[in-house]
Design a protein around this ligand. Structure first.
Ligand code: NAP
Ligand code: ZN
Ligand code: ZN
Length: 349
């Protein structure tokens, strides 16, 4: 066992604070890494505050992890000490079900994947602890190779915000000539804009914050619409091929669904605390489709990282010391983040 330092939430109401805990000794298939950077995802807040229910405390959040390998087990051939690696939202899955065999471990049919934190290890049932910490040990099958030309701090959010937006854009074959809406310009949304633009689509940001207009255009959007402006929304009804909804709070789905043309597709990736309302007429009137999507598989996460290296896509980040993580949570909830906080783990020392 190795003792590591981190930050944990002790319950759903108290701020995160320093916490020491044990990591297992690397087994034959394990990679041990020193964590350099970890992004702050809105899911960290939902879970640390138990907004989705069933949170396990103490909780060390963090699933946008960039690190450097320190040791590897005897069976590990793809990684060696010194390599730059990433770990995202999953650290294990059953590896035998159809979804796992298809490289879609996030949809593992044996109780879901083992999530990086706020989950339990499959054999021992010990709680998993995430990336707001100095080091971790992960099975090689869930470790990603981080291309050298990606700035490590700016690459960290790719491990969740990146793959969560990349996967649906790919799965639904978003391409040149299509009109694509990105709802919510936060950590996920800003990556959605970058990817949809890189795939050649006409990109429209739909935001409830008028003050994000300049940023949206700079990040690659062709148009910016304030969702409270009924005139602007009305003018765009029945025009979109694809809409990606990244909103973390209650909002009116129907207002966005009406923007889809016949047979258009909307995909939810945001996970508000309470159920959203759906008007049947909004779907049936023009055969619109609504789906959801969760992160992405390990294989496609590697493909996404390689795409980012080739097209120089990284996140817009504000790097913070871990002592500011509670302030960062407050600022995310206020919409005051451009566009992802990333914790520099040197600050733990
Ligand atoms: P974020 O950085 O806080 O961005 C969320 C955005 O939603 C905000 O920037 C804001 O955009 C919009 N928004 C917030 N409150 C709103 C309100 N009251 N009404 C309308 N719009 C509002 O969060 P994130 O890290 O991108 O995560 C977004 C959501 O995705 C979270 O619920 C998170 O848990 C979820 N998530 C899901 C997956 C998955 O696998 N499906 C993976 C990661 C995260 P504007 O100011 O532009 O309106
Ligand atoms: Zn996340
Ligand atoms: Zn499985």
């Amino acid at each position: 066992m190795t003792t590591v330092r981190g930050y944990a939430a002790q319950d759903a109401r108290t701020p995160l604070a320093p916490f020491q805990f044990e990591r297992r000794e690397p087994g034959v298939d394990d990679v041990e890494l020193d964590i350099l950077y970890c992004g702050v995802c809105h899911s960290d807040i939902h879970q640390a505050r138990d907004e989705w229910g069933g949170s396990i405390f103490p909780m060390v959040p963090g699933h946008e992890i960039i690190g450097r390998v320190t040791r590897v087990g005897a069976n590990v051939t793809r990684f060696k000490a010194g390599d730059s690696v990433g770990v995202g939202c999953m650290v294990d899955s059953c590896r035998a079900c159809t979804s796992c065999k298809d490289g879609l471990e996030q949809y593992c049919e044996q109780g879901g994947p083992t999530v990086t934190y706020n989950g339990r290890e499959r054999a021992s049932q010990q709680p998993t602890f995430g990336g707001y910490s100095s080091a971790m040990v992960v099975d090689q099958a869930f470790v990603l190779r981080v291309p050298d030309n990606l700035d490590p701090a700016r690459a960290a959010p790719l491990l969740c915000a990146g793959i969560t937006t990349w996967s649906p854009l790919h799965h639904w074959n978003v391409r040149e000539g299509q009109r694509v809406g990105i709802v919510g310009l936060g950590g996920l949304g800003h990556m959605g804009v970058k990817f949809a633009r890189a795939l050649g689509a006409h990109v429209v940001v739909l935001s409830h914050s008028e003050n994000k207009r300049q940023d949206a255009l700079r990040l690659g959007a062709h148009e910016f619409v304030v969702s409270s402006d009924t005139g602007q929304m009305k003018a765009r009804e029945n025009t979109f091929d694809f809409i990606l909804d990244t909103v973390s709070a209650q909002h009116d789905l129907n207002a966005y669904l009406r923007l889809l043309r016949r047979d258009g597709q909307m995909v939810l990736v945001g996970v508000p605390e309470k159920p959203l309302e759906l008007g049947a007429f909004t779907l049936i009137g023009t055969r619109r489709k609504l789906a959801g999507s969760m992160i992405g598989g390990i294989r496609e996460t590697q493909e996404m990282l390689d795409f980012c290296a080739q097209h120089e896509v990284v996140s817009d980040v504000e790097v913070i010391p871990i002592q500011q993580v509670n302030d960062a949570y407050t600022r995310i909830l206020r919409g005051d983040v451009k566009y992802r906080f990333v914790i520099d783990m040197k600050s733990l020392k």
